[in-house]
Unconditional design. Structure first.
Length: 80
């Protein structure tokens, strides 16, 4: 059975491959699920906020620029 490349909260690693979420495969799947338009960027911005809050609460606040790129920087070119 294939595990979906979904985030494991509140640590935000990938359930399937254990990379930081969204991993490369999750990005491809998200881009395919959402298709063109701005909704993916809006939802990813919400998830970025949620992940930042989770990790900050756990005492491991993420580096803001790194997290911004990880959650939002790939959206224009998901397969990169
Ligand atoms: Zn993954």
């Amino acid at each position: 059975m294939t595990q979906r490349h979904a985030p494991v909260k509140p640590l935000w690693f990938c359930a399937a491959c254990a990379h930081g979420w969204p991993c490369t495969q999750a990005r491809v799947e998200l881009a395919a699920d959402y298709g063109p338009g701005r909704l993916l960027a809006l939802d990813m911005a919400d998830l970025l906020r949620e992940a930042t809050a989770d990790l900050t609460r756990l005492g491991a606040p993420p580096e803001p620029m790194y997290f911004h790129v990880r959650f939002l920087g790939w959206i224009r070119n998901p397969a990169r």
